[in-house]
Design a protein around this ligand. Structure first.
Ligand code: NAG
Ligand code: NAG
Ligand code: NAG
Length: 287
């Protein structure tokens, strides 16, 4: 075969792929914006209990918590958590994402890497805390997210930063006073325990009951390690607090997560599992 023919055959796919990719990149950008829009305004998806944005077998990992497998679980944790978060009239430790700004974006189909600044609202103190969410998304042929890795960058520091601002509101709600940092920590813990045990009493009844009484719940959650927000997938009180947002959806699945066993969502083994069970598909890892 003559050299120019080889060159021609070799160039063709390259030109073709540039052409195809130029079209696709805009599609991936749009898909990211569509996902972020749904993340800050999730009510419709939660009410429908379904979304075309996720593949049925979606697997995702969130650095402060853990790995979530399957569409239903991911709808609950990615969207449902924040819908329920807004229902409280008490001060919550997490801010509700109200808006987003994409600050950087890299698209290499089918992978999207995006860094997004979220505007997190704390309604009881009318305070907005920015938070950076770094996302790696892996899309399937139907433009559905099939795996993702989400990192809330410096989130433990952000929570540490906002805690003193939340203190006065929590003190008022609980009719308590505090002055030292240790007392503030105890106050925060009390807010977390009261909310978790109140929700447990409301939703975990019959076979789903994890604690004999509100007092037993509060006693247990005071006795174990409170934990930092980065340990929201470990055997900590803060992990059980994060899972309380799910109780109204499927008590039979989620009540165990606030109970003493942690129902495999709040467990020591999750620390190693975070590194050992990568949620991202193999085609991405080999790139
Ligand atoms: C918060 O809501 C609960 C029930 O939803 C209600 O009993 C309580 O009085 C409310 N608290 C405040 C401070 O509005
Ligand atoms: C708040 O606490 C103070 C002092 O402990 C007590 O005197 C007061 O009755 C409490 N108020 C309420 C509404 O519980
Ligand atoms: C969690 O920690 C408590 C207190 O150290 C321990 O008794 C319990 O067995 C632990 N639970 C799990 C699920 O690791």
């Amino acid at each position: 075969m003559n050299f120019s023919v080889i060159r021609f055959l070799g160039l063709c796919p390259v030109l073709l792929s540039i052409f195809v990719q130029a079209l696709e990149i805009a599609d991936y950008e749009n898909a990211l914006v569509e996902f972020m829009d749904s993340f800050v305004d999730p009510t419709e998806i939660v009410e429908a209990g379904d979304t075309p944005l996720f593949a049925d077998d979606i697997v995702g990992r969130v650095d402060v918590t853990t790995t979530f497998e399957g569409k239903e679980l991911n709808i609950e944790y990615v969207y449902g958590l924040f819908v329920n978060l807004e229902k409280y009239n008490t001060t919550q430790i997490l801010g509700k994402p109200k808006a987003f700004t994409v600050q950087s974006l890299i698209v290499q189909p089918p992978i999207v890497y995006a860094s997004v600044i979220l505007d997190g609202l704390y309604p009881t103190i009318d305070y907005h805390l920015p938070c950076q969410l770094d996302l790696t998304l892996d899309y399937n042929d139907k433009m559905q997210i099939q795996s993702y890795d989400a990192v809330f960058r410096r989130y433990p520091q952000a929570i540490q930063y906002v805690t003193p601002k939340l203190g006065p509101a929590i003190a008022k709600e609980l009719n308590k006073t505090y002055s030292t940092a240790t007392e503030l920590k105890a106050l925060l813990a009390q807010r977390v325990i009261v909310d978790t045990c109140t929700e447990h009493e409301q939703y975990c009844v019959g076979d789903n009951k994890q604690y004999e009484s509100y007092q037993a719940c509060a006693g247990y959650l005071s006795s174990i390690e409170f934990g930092e927000i980065w340990g929201a997938g470990l055997n900590t009180t803060i992990c059980r607090y994060i899972h309380k947002y799910m109780l109204s959806y499927r008590p039979d699945v989620h009540c165990a997560h606030v109970g003493p066993s942690g129902g495999d969502m709040c467990s020591r083994t999750r620390l190693r599992g975070y590194y050992q069970h990568l949620p991202i598909q193999e085609d991405f890892r080999l790139r």
